[in-house]
Design a protein around this ligand. Structure first.
Ligand code: NAI
Length: 694
């Protein structure tokens, strides 16, 4: 393999170039090459200035993911940065593409920076539970002050070249060839006496001492309950930039980085990062030929259909939207128009973009208008008979080779597919609400689904910027099956002595944005009520059944939309506990002869989590989920599972599988079937393995 870092001297300028495709990640070989070439450029008397550049599509876009979580071999990045910064000859970074993380830090350690107009710069480490470890926390605030530095590091969002220029983080913008522009700058700097300008000596960001301290205090207050240690550490390190000498600040940054990197949160976030990338590796993709999707049809313009149409329009597809009557169609189109109006009003898109997207939408009440469509996504009522009727109509009009995807939440896709003449074209594309925002897409593979249809689903997900996960046919697929277990565990505790507010608070404390009863109130209690009714006939008589939800629904208290559910929503100042629900709960306890007991926050969290992990393990054993990490991706992207916990399977790994299995076994005396540990626990435990090893 050719060297990942090369050095050439043009007149008196040394050009050090990184070439480590695809994104010039800062692997050990790159860091070593950089250290060596920087040193030889410094010791070459013919060299008066050094330009640092990268081949291919980008300046280094970050660390090498394969080295994540492992001890770094020297030279570590901060040593390379130190060499660049302490160089007696001026160093100039020529930045194009995405200079992220360590890549941006490398540029920051240079004395001058030239960036291509299209470049993006960012410090996204917080998204992996760590912080910039190459001096970023010390150098950025010295240039831009605490507020802008913290925005960059706490959001992890990249900024444009223009913004970087405005902030003073870079010195010059290049319109075309950034390496040429950097060479020109090098010649000017040489002509100007070859002045170096180490970032560590810059003070403009530190001059407003009070403003700096206030920005720190404000972020610290805002983030005081953030469970991610790296968030607090970023704030501490930026504060250190003001109160400690540079070297001491760097040492603090290094210690904080090491501490965060080996902690459970960063471990979980790295798992989430890799799990998402693994999820797209599914057997159907091997050797598959994608079906061409140019025109998309959506049937049903309700909550989901409208959201799915928006997602497709946003991705550049023309969409034919079908409703059963004119009123329904107008309501659906109005939802879509309102969405774009809101996006324009909030400045997310400009008016012309909104209009262009809407111009690709055709509304109709005639199924025949779907004849030219390549892919139809059905999102009509969750009712088997309604869906069967719609499938029959679609079978009659769809072109040969067209894909028929259903957005059903629970229904048996094989049973639906069996009712039409082309079961091989039927698949589940299960979106989550709001469909244009939520990232998850479960691609549900039926017994007869053609591999090409599955592969096309993964390709569509990529175009819609969704995170796809393969699921097999099962009631609720992966996500809603795990959700059902979560809710059942919560309902048992509710009937045994906890309150909805206590359970919700415990799960929020764990990191969920809202608790299970808040979710029910938001989504509508009638949806899960309908599912319970549908499954009533299949329920084993010995299984414990909690009827509290049914009793609430019988009152018409369907949640937020009805003003009442587990909480009362029609009062000023937000939802409050519903005393009538508490009365229903008490009455149910009395009927069941249950003496209420108290539950600690930890017990509530463990029962909910272990129930989810156990259901996830069952899904893996049944082949509904390909691997435990897919269960995690589903929960992370579709159900608000806190990212710093990595998903229920990761949480079980971190708790220890033996601990989880023992807890499940203990609870089995209460509900033998529900709490029965999946056999996967024993299989893994006896081999000294974890879910993460599968
Ligand atoms: P919705 O009730 O808001 O919308 C359904 C729409 O389908 C209505 O506008 C209705 O007029 C239309 N429709 C009914 N029969 C039709 C026909 N024969 N031809 C054309 N249009 C027809 O329901 P929602 O919530 O959008 O759900 C739709 C599907 O998506 C269901 O299968 C549901 O289980 C699933 N789903 C729902 C989620 C949610 O959070 N609401 C999440 C994921 C999936």
């Amino acid at each position: 393999m050719s060297e990942p870092v090369t050095l050439r001297v043009e007149n008196t300028v040394a050009v050090i170039s990184i070439e480590n495709p695809p994104v010039n990640a800062l692997s050990h070989a790159v860091r070593s090459g950089l250290a060596e070439k920087i040193q030889s450029a410094i010791s070459d008397d013919a060299v008066k200035a050094i330009v640092l550049t990268a081949e291919g599509r980008t300046f280094p876009a970050g660390a090498d993911v394969r080295e994540f979580g492992r001890p770094r071999e020297t030279p570590i990045l901060s040593q390379v940065c130190d060499l660049l910064e302490s160089s007696p000859k001026p160093t100039i970074a020529a930045v194009h593409g995405n200079a992220l993380g360590g890549g941006f830090e490398l540029a920051l350690a240079c004395h001058y920076r030239v960036v291509l107009r299209s470049a993006k710069l960012g410090l996204p480490e917080v998204k992996l539970g760590v912080l910039p470890g190459g001096g970023g926390t010390q150098r950025v605030p010295r240039i831009v002050g605490a507020a802008a530095a913290l925005d960059l590091m706490l959001t992890g969002k990249p900024i444009s070249a223009q913004k970087a220029l405005d902030l003073g983080l870079v010195d010059q913008m290049a319109e075309a060839d950034v390496a040429d522009a950097a060479m020109a700058m090098a010649r000017n700097v040489i002509a100007d006496g070859s002045k170096t300008r180490p970032t560590r000596e810059r003070v403009e960001g530190l001059q407003d001492a009070v403003g700096f301290a206030n920005a720190i205090a404000a972020r610290r207050e805002k983030k005081k309950n953030d469970p991610q240690p790296s968030v607090a550490e970023i704030i501490n390190c930026v504060e250190a930039a003001q109160i400690l000498p540079f070297e001491a600040g760097l040492a603090k940054e290094r210690a904080a980085f090491d501490e965060c990197e080996t902690g459970p949160e960063a471990t979980a976030m790295r798992h989430a990062f890799f799990a998402e990338r693994r999820a797209v590796k599914v057997p159907e993709l091997k050797g598959a030929t994608l079906r061409e999707v140019k025109l998309i049809g959506v049937v049903g313009a309700g909550t989901m259909g409208a959201g799915i149409a928006i997602a497709c329009l946003d991705a550049g597809f023309p969409v034919v939207l079908v409703e059963r009557d004119q009123d329904g169609l107008e309501r659906g189109i109005q939802r879509i128009v309102a969405n774009y109006d809101k996006s324009v009003a909030k400045g997310r898109i400009d008016a012309a973009t909104g209009e262009e997207r809407l111009s690709r939408l055709t509304g109709t009440t005639k199924m025949q208008d779907l004849a030219p469509v390549d892919l139809i996504i059905e999102a009509v009522f969750e009712d088997e008979q309604v869906k069967r009727n719609v499938f029959a109509q679609l079978d009659a009009v769809m072109k040969p080779g067209g894909i028929l995807a259903t957005n059903t939440s629970y229904l048996d896709i094989d049973a639906l597919a069996a009712t039409i003449s082309r079961p091989q074209d039927v698949v589940g594309y299960h979106f989550f609400s709001p469909a244009h925002i939520m990232k998850l897409l479960e691609v549900v593979v039926g017994g007869k689904t053609d591999s090409n249809v599955v592969a096309t689903g993964f390709e569509l997900a990529r175009k819609l910027r969704k995170v796809p996960v393969r699921a097999g046919v099962a009631d609720g697929f992966i996500g809603n099956r795990v959700l059902a277990a979560y809710r059942l565990a919560a309902d048992f505790m509710l009937e045994d002595g906890a309150t909805p507010a206590q359970i919700d608070a415990a799960m929020r404390a764990y990191g969920f944005p809202i608790g299970p009863y808040q979710v029910l109130d938001m989504a509508g209690l009638d949806i899960s009520w309908a599912r319970r009714k549908r499954l009533a006939a299949t329920r084993a008589p010995e299984d414990r059944y909690v009827a509290i939800g049914d009793k609430i629904c019988e009152q018409g208290w369907f949640g937020q939309k009805a003003g009442r559910g587990y909480y009362i929503h029609d009062q000023d100042g937000g939802p409050v506990e519903n005393p009538d629900v508490l009365a229903i709960v008490e009455e149910e306890r009395r009927l069941q002869g249950i003496a209420p007991r108290s539950f600690s926050e930890q017990e509530i969290q463990e029962r909910c989590l272990f129930a989810m992990a156990n259901e996830g393990a069952r899904l893996v054993s049944e082949g509904v989920a390909l691997r435990p990490s897919d269960v995690d991706v589903v929960l992370l992207y579709g159900y608000g599972f806190p990212r710093h916990r990595g998903g229920p399977m990761m949480a079980a790994d971190q708790a220890g599988l033996l601990t989880v299995k023992n807890a499940l076994t203990n609870w089995q005396v209460e509900e033998p079937r529900f709490w029965a540990p999946s056999p996967l626990f024993d299989e893994l435990i006896k081999n000294g393995k974890k879910f993460g090893d599968l």
